[in-house]
Design a protein around this ligand. Structure first.
Ligand code: SF4
Ligand code: SF4
Length: 302
């Protein structure tokens, strides 16, 4: 079972549009590949907006704990306020209170409280789902507002998707990863056979691509690049091609700017399903075939 993760150095490069189109092409394109889909962009999940899946299961995600004082045993000594480095404990009229928004869950107060009056209460930080889409099963998730631990939730999403793929005998796992280069990205890329980096020909796009390529190189994940809106700034596209050539990174796709992509998103469809003959769809289809060949996951060719 092979894993493909789609990444970008920043949001808004067209990563999810590409993931949705790949999901469609894997089911109905020239290279058929039975895939499990995973939306690992848990801070801003939107693959489900395009694929409109039917939810089969919903689960809570417990992402850390917060301290709570048990007042029946608290003797108001103030040790918790002294040890808290996050200024989450305050005192009012001899009563100590913990601000749940300020509490970082470090548990220093729990360990130091002489009266054992502090409990670490697990917090529901989000939800994850198993759904069925037009193009195969989808594991996705969402963090609740103001909650952290997205790296842990990404790992959970990938674990569940991988289990589903292994149990169901699927050939591959397609992961729509989070943008950036932080902890959630590393969780999404871990164990991938290929990271497809989506970039745009802008100064910031080239810089972001180089940062994410440094991250995948550090974690020894093979990477290839796809340039979106490649025709908007040919000089920038040339610079990306040059940079990739120097690094020995393959560029597997140059997708032209095409308003059909936005139209398809508004209609909740992958662009390759909405207008297969559109220039972007044609380029994405060629990119998909190059990726499938690179990963050697073709089940059969029509
Ligand atoms: S350290 Fe424990 S006993 Fe002391 S004020 Fe805090 S909760 Fe109460
Ligand atoms: S768990 Fe850590 S951050 Fe939270 S109140 Fe206790 S010492 Fe402060």
């Amino acid at each position: 079972m092979r894993q493909l993760v789609i990444l970008s150095g920043k949001g808004g490069t067209g990563k999810t549009s590409l993931a949705a189109a790949f999901a469609h092409l894997a089911r109905e394109g020239p290279c058929l590949v039975p895939l499990v889909l995973a939306d690992a962009d848990v801070d801003a999940p939107n693959l489900d907006l395009i694929l409109e899946p039917r939810r089969i299961e919903e689960h809570e995600f417990v992402g850390g704990s917060k301290a709570e004082i048990q007042y029946e045993t608290c003797d108001a000594c103030g040790v918790c306020a002294d040890v808290c480095r996050f200024e989450a404990v305050s005192e009012s009229d001899g009563r100590f209170e913990i601000d749940p928004l300020a509490c970082e869950g470090c548990a220093a107060c729990f360990h130091e409280c002489p009266a054992h009056a502090i409990r670490m209460q697990p917090q529901v930080a989000g939800r994850w789902y198993r759904s069925e889409s037009r193009y195969g099963p989808l594991i996705h998730a969402a963090l609740l507002p103001a909650h952290e631990n997205s790296g842990k939730l990404v790992t959970l999403v990938k674990q569940q998707a991988r289990l589903l793929a292994l149990d169901g005998g699927y050939a591959g796992l397609l992961v729509d990863g989070p943008p950036g280069i932080g902890c959630p990205v590393i969780s999404a890329a871990a164990g991938a056979d290929l990271a497809l980096i989506v970039t745009e020909p802008t100064v910031a796009g080239i810089h972001d691509m180089e940062r994410i390529l440094a991250t995948t190189e550090h974690f020894r994940v093979a990477a290839q690049v796809c340039i979106n809106k490649a025709d908007l700034f040919p000089t920038g596209t040339e610079q990306i091609l040059d940079a990739c050539r120097r690094k020995g990174i393959g560029v597997v796709g140059c997708i032209p700017f095409d308003e059909t992509v936005t139209e398809a998103m508004v209609r909740g469809e992958p662009v390759t399903a909405y207008r297969p003959d559109a220039p972007a769809s044609q380029a994405i289809s060629q990119t998909w075939q190059a990726v499938v060949l690179r990963m050697n996951i073709i089940e059969r060719k029509s």
